[in-house]
Design a protein around this ligand. Structure first.
Ligand code: SF4
Ligand code: SF4
Length: 112
């Protein structure tokens, strides 16, 4: 999928991209045969790397464009690393990020 599906909250949200340290194995880098553009990442120790902008607060992934909760979108969506691809819209991690940034949860949210 090259973009979030039509009607998806992910087409405007970006809360997760402002919330989490996005780390993954260097094997996901384009230079290693994966997809993630090397130039948007930084070393994270050993065989790990991370998306620039997610290593310290305030977090904002360098691949995110637009304003949080309004028109935010990932400019490498089809190439994004596994932690991003695995975070499901409406999941606990999704809603935790949304609530943290003042956005309404998707579906039932019991908090933590
Ligand atoms: S926090 Fe949830 S709705 Fe927002 S961009 Fe991430 S996965 Fe999509
Ligand atoms: S790579 Fe894309 S989906 Fe992942 S945190 Fe960055 S902007 Fe968000």
């Amino acid at each position: 999928m090259s973009t979030p599906h039509e009607g998806s909250a992910c087409t405007t949200c970006g809360a997760c991209c402002h919330s989490y340290r996005v780390e993954f194995a260097v094997y996901e880098l384009a230079s290693a045969g994966g997809s993630v553009p090397d130039g948007l990442t930084e070393p994270a120790g050993g065989i790990r790397c991370r998306m620039q902008g997610t290593g310290a607060v305030p977090i904002r992934c360098t691949a995110l464009e637009g304003r949080l909760g309004e028109r935010a979108h990932c400019r490498i969506y089809p190439l994004r690393p596994s932690p991003c691809a695995e975070l499901q819209e409406g999941s606990y991690g999704c809603n935790k990020a949304r609530v943290r940034h003042g956005l309404p949860p998707l579906g039932e949210w019991l908090g933590d």
